[in-house]
Ligand binder design. Structure first.
Ligand code: ZN
Length: 330
């Protein structure tokens, strides 16, 4: 190989590896941040002031759980569940509560195939606890995290073992649906969503979300397969500059056509994520006895918290993911 060819091969390999890296983040960083930010505006007045004063934190740290995958091997399973590992439609036999699920399948199995619905409920408990203690720093941190996991549960490809189309030769569809499309179109979505409400049965509610995601996954996969068949293959991808790097991405034309076929699904799931996030926050506050947060301004984070967040960020920037299973490694 001459040096030009070598350079070209290297660039291609780099582009592909960058593309793969881009697939790691549900909703992409853009989507998660937007969901958390918009959720603040669904809140009742008792909470709105506090969350608004700290909206930058809530938005910026919407992506911490994805970064944390680099620091902890227990993190990745919190973002998904391979529902179809347990059967074609196993919702009647999958235990709703964590304890029962562990008893039935063992914790190792659950961790291997993802725990998002149970983890959302656990994080809700942490948030309730933080409200009860009026631990403002913790309220913000767990709210941001919880928003992330709830967002993930709304993504159809976070609820199936064919999470990146790898079983149907559609490699890359994960990031296409949840990052590329919202990044291209998300500014035009309708974010008037209504008001957050107290959820009576949160564990049941998040399972409902997972069920909806699971029900949508066939359309997500089938439509792309259909489009791929009829779309000119040389127009499917494009190269875009991201900072100093060139990345191979699905072309705008291809994305537009796919989005049209999905008939607003991405926007719909994003809107449902936002209202669900607001509602889980309200639920935690309500269950904690509705502590008065009026007049609480922007929270100054403790040195300890700052250090923890910085460390996670650093590991994400420099690190490798510890466990290669499942949705964390494509
Ligand atoms: Zn995630």
């Amino acid at each position: 190989m001459n040096s030009n060819k070598l350079t070209a091969a290297f660039c291609l390999a780099l582009a592909i590896s960058l593309l793969a890296t881009g697939l790691l983040y549900a909703w992409g960083f853009w989507g998660h941040k937007r969901i958390n930010r918009m959720a603040v505006f669904t809140l009742p007045s008792e909470l709105m002031g506090f969350y608004k004063a700290n909206i930058d934190f809530i938005e910026e740290h919407a992506v911490d759980p994805d970064k944390r995958r680099y620091a902890s091997k227990n993190e990745a399973p919190r973002h998904y569940i391979d529902v179809d590992h347990y059967g074609d439609y196993p919702f009647d036999s999958l235990p709703m509560y964590w304890k029962d699920a562990v008893a039935k399948y063992t914790e190792d199995t659950l961790m291997a195939y993802g725990i998002v619905p149970w983890h959302v409920n656990r994080a809700l408990g942490w948030l309730t606890d933080a409200f009860r203690k009026k631990d403002y720093e913790r309220i913000l941190q767990v709210s941001a995290d919880l928003g992330h996991y709830i967002g993930d549960a709304h993504v159809p490809l976070h609820c199936t073992k064919n999470y990146n189309g790898q079983l149907t030769n559609q490699h890359g569809i994960h990031g296409f649906w949840e990052s590329r499309i919202p990044e291209l179109n998300g500014d035009n979505y309708d974010y008037f969503i209504g008001k957050a409400e107290v959820i009576e049965k949160p564990q049941e509610k998040i399972w409902q979300v997972v069920k909806e995601s699971f029900a949508a996954k066939d359309s997500v996969l089938d439509f792309e397969r259909e489009l791929n068949k009829r779309f000119p293959s040389d127009k499917k991808y494009a190269f875009e500059q991201r900072g100093a790097q060139t990345m191979r991405v699905y072309s705008k034309e291809y994305a537009k056509e796919y989005d049209k076929m999905l008939n607003g699904m991405v926007e719909r799931r994003m809107r449902q994520s936002i209202i669900a996030v607001g509602s889980f926050w309200v639920t935690a506050w309500y269950n904690a006895g509705q502590p008065n947060l009026k007049g609480i301004e922007k929270v100054v984070m403790s040195e300890e918290m700052k250090k923890q967040l910085e460390e996670e960020d650093k590991m994400w920037r420099t690190g490798k993911i510890e466990n290669a299973h499942g949705h964390s490694d494509e």
